[in-house]
Design a protein around this ligand. Sequence first.
Ligand code: MOS
Length: 703
Amino acid sequence: MLEPEAPAAADAAPTGHDRMRVDAPAKVTGTAPYAYEQPVEEPLHLFPIVATIALGRIAEIDDADARALPGVRLVLTHANAPRIRVRTDAALTILQSSEVHHRGEIIGAVVADSPRVAREAAALVRVTYDEQPAELGFSIDDPRATVPRRVNAFKHGSYERGDADAGLTRGTLVEADYSLPMEFHSPIEPHAVTAIWHDVSALRPRSTRLTMYDTNQGTGGHGALLAPVLGLLPTQIEVISPYVGGSFGTKGWPWPHLVLVAMAAKRLTGRPVKYAMTRQQMFRTVGHRPASKQRIRLSVEADGRLGAIDHQSWAPTSRLRSYVDQTVSATRMMYDVADLRTIHHAVVQDAAPGSFMRAPGEFSGMFALETALDEAAHAVGVDPVDLRVRNEPAQDPETGKPWSTRNLVACLREGADQFGWAERQPVGARRDGEWLVGLGVASATYPNMYFVPNRAGVRFTGGRYVVELQASDIGTGAWTVLPQIAAEALGVGVDLVDADIGHTGLPWAIPAGGSVGTFAWGDAVVAAARKFRRTHGEHPDEGDHVTATGRMPRGSRGYSRHAFGAHFAQARVSTVTGEVRVDRMLGAFAAGRIINPRTARSQLIGGMTMGLSAALHEEAHLDERFGHVVNGDLAGYHVAAHADVGDLEAITLEEHDPWFGATGAKGIGELGIVGAPAAIGNAIFNASGVRLRDLPFTPDRLF
Ligand code: MOS
């Protein structure tokens, strides 16, 4: 078989070896310029005004007291906001009417000389409403539910093969409902933006430019989506986002506060306008993982072979803008099941739109599926690792395509070995004082999508090479690994290569999302580096420069491309309080070639930690009467702290996947979170005999 060009041998190459984060010194010494810290002259400060009803109309806005406050420069509402002529996204189309679509929706802003005055003035704006009854809340078998044709833009809403109803009659039937709460993004750095307009003139509109210092996952996408809303060409917006204080989806898409700040800055021409989102505001208009309720019915034979699976999910979606996670999609390809039914149901609500949050869909669906498999293993008395191995499919059962590479079985075996799975006891058999101790396993998977060609440049300047593209380092290590990939393709030491990423004006590349960054950007970087060598040889001149396009390897569409892994967890459950502690977790992953083992491990244990956080703590409560998140801050919405994390390890198996691109690497950003809560829940069952099907596993749910 003809395969794409392989990279150089690993031991001679800059890739495949640890490299410390090149941005680490700037970040830990506090000198890295984040969006809010970019030096600008005489900035003004914005604070938003938000709706306090879930549905209805604004009857009146009384801003007299706000405007009278010394230091207030502008009160912006639908009454005086610029008109939006091109609508790209309903959530970005703000201040265009008196309608309110959800509680917390942005309905105005105050701009003032200081952040404190802006905030105080915003509280003085009195808004009265004509309120309408809102629809909030959803349930399994909800009569209002519909099946979207597509979810998350490209997955089928429903999919069946074989005869699920007939298959469910073979063997033992396992049937249960599962649920996950709304989860919210909690990066260390909340959203922040500074907007500055230049040369605003009605006479020469094309010479107008807008600079936005923002914290995001990709500058080009933000620029392209915001420009038409603001009446600009994409070339008239400059987006600068070199350092990002964490993000797992919320900064992948522009949200309405960016339009708000840009609108305000245009009104106050010449003065930069800054806005740093509060932690509480992170629970309103910047996306979240939608809640999920799921029903699984499966049949399992005495030898652990699955007979059939019926997996259906119900999820809320916003009337303002539809978004539904691809919750049951992994069930379609994960195991060798001939008779299968998978359906997404969506229920419209008058609430803020959900959006991508680390492994959107796979995270929620694999929690239910991997818990159900543990129930199946227990029902027929087959070891849960063996049960998964016995249902290993030879090719993708959904598409019929061969796997590009699939090493789930190796991950299960190697992980079991290193974790000490053989010491697992029968349910409830292991006790340590007040604590019941158990082990659990769950599989991980993440699809690797190669959306579009990316571009990259290589420049030689000051005796060094610079690799240039609109990539974003959200804490993942792009600053560090892109020079490794370039150095290898150029045949030079990595210390001779720098990166230039995180702003528009560079060759176009996809935002950091969908776990595609390293392999998709890497492909473009390899293409540019090879072209540079062909064009300029080993001894380039100052200023030599090329750009090139990286394309998905020819033939790769003929393969099913996913990364795989296996989580092992040891949980202890207090018989006194119901508290769960996770003593140790081990993840074994096969994710193609590992470019930098240090940053890869950080990605994987980061995913596992976020999974642990979801398993033990994370839960937002939507008040179904009033439409607000009741516990919308870090006091009420708990995320895991260091004390929650025991012995945590991620190992990677040797794998090279040529169908992902020139580097042989797969995506790892999301893989580590998928399945992690199921492994913990399965360990809780092994410890205590209590089967938990609702996240998070708080003490009240134990006994
Ligand atoms: Mo992500 S949830 O791929 O930004």
